[in-house]
Design a protein around this ligand. Structure first.
Ligand SMILES: Nc1ncnc2c1ncn2[C@@H]1O[C@H](COP(=O)(O)OP(=O)(O)OP(=O)(O)O)[C@@H](O)[C@H]1O
Length: 353
């Protein structure tokens, strides 16, 4: 006997991963889009007239984000100017192919597209960086440079905000990883739907409560055009363990993902926990949690033929930086320990959008 849709009594074609409800295609589209609309409204993410840069990697998350944002912007008259913003990290056989997908999306969704590249911004492609540093710490460079490249691209297109396709699974994983690493300072911030206020370009995650499985289903039923290959340089082992653990929890109880996010949101951090402060990099003028930003430290290392400069913990890293002729102020030299640890935590950074 065919299963009926829980919403309209038509023929169900799927079981919704988030709630277990049997739904027909149209009702699934409706709840999926409406939930994102409510996330946007509840968090007051946008104001009419704003230009919003969509971080577009060509993958499923950002493709669904671009599609749904365009749809909601038209349907509910948000009054936003949407722009696709892609960062070309210079990874042959990966990013070149995914950018081809973004170029197709640009036509399909009729949105402007801006591409910025590591080569033009930093003088290095990831292919060249991997040749220098190998596969061990390359994600550090990529995460740090991408974060800044998105900012720089957004400034070029005069965007008021950046949105990224981070989904509920990504955020729950980061909560777990921050707990496992004891990184309490980042634990609270990683669940924020908007980061980077206080004078910096805000970054928002409209898919914060959207399950990855539902994003895949939505993309499948809508026949969206996206690129699904994993990055050839990023084994990202630790996140992989958190991901596998989360998937096990989800299989036992599907609400685990949202429950973990809610736990992260509800945590209160003791006053004496040192929180990173944001400032402007003295060298490049972009956002930083130290006087000289991680991107400048890493770039200096590459340009000096010392690619491991800035990678390492505490005293050793400070000694390497000073030996390489990088001037550290008192505060900086005291904070280098925290800074360098942060440099190592690449996948954490990629979530601090
Ligand atoms: N090269 C890029 N250019 C522009 N935005 C990017 C790029 N890489 C990542 N992003 C943004 O950061 C988000 C999270 O990136 P991550 O690398 O975790 O990819 P993901 O979870 O596989 O997402 P996607 O499916 O969109 O690729 C993406 O959804 C996208 O919005």
């Amino acid at each position: 006997m065919p299963v009926c849709c829980a919403a309209c009594s038509g023929k169900a074609v799927l079981k919704r991963p988030k709630t277990g409800d049997a739904l027909c295609r149209e009702c699934f589209f409706h709840v999926f889009e409406t939930e994102i609309h409510h996330t946007i409204l509840d968090a007051n993410l946008f104001t009419a007239g704003e230009t919003v840069a969509i971080g577009a990697s060509g993958g499923k998350d950002s493709t669904v984000l671009a599609y749904v944002l365009k749809l909601l912007n038209d349907k509910y008259d948000y009054g936003l100017k949407l722009i696709l913003l892609s960062v070309d990290e210079g990874i042959t056989g990966y990013r070149d192919d995914s950018l081809t997908t973004v170029k197709r999306n640009q036509k399909q969704y009729d949105l402007p597209l801006k591409i910025v590249s590591y080569e033009e911004l930093y003088g290095w492609t990831m292919d060249a960086i991997v040749k220098e540093i190998g596969l061990k710490n390359n994600c550090t460079f990529c995460g740090v440079f991408r974060r800044q490249a998105l900012d720089r691209g957004a400034v070029l297109v005069e965007a008021d905000k950046i949105v990224t396709g981070h989904n509920a699974d990504d955020i729950a994983e980061t909560v777990l990883m921050n707990v496992l690493r004891g990184d309490i300072a980042r634990l609270r911030r990683c669940t924020s739907i908007t980061t980077g206020n206080e004078g910096y370009l805000p970054r928002c995650k409209p898919l914060k409560y959207t399950y990855e499985k539902e994003i895949v289903m939505y993309a499948y039923f809508k026949k969206l055009d996206y690129f699904s290959t994993e990055c050839i340089y990023s084994p990202n082992a630790y996140r992989g363990y958190a991901r596998a653990f989360l998937k096990d929890l989800e299989a036992i109880r599907s609400s685990s993902i949202i429950d973990i996010i809610h736990s992260g949101e509800s945590l209160s951090i003791k006053k004496d926990v040192k929180m990173p402060t944001q400032m402007t990099c003295l060298q490049c003028g972009y956002i930083s949690s130290n006087k000289v930003c991680k991107a400048c430290v890493l770039l200096e290392g590459l340009n000096k033929g010392l690619p491991k400069l800035g990678i390492g913990k505490g005293l050793k890293a400070r000694q390497k930086l000073v030996a390489a002729g990088m001037t550290l102020t008192n505060t900086e030299s005291q904070s280098t320990s925290t800074e360098s640890t942060a440099v190592l935590n690449t996948d954490k950074q990629s979530l601090e959008f």
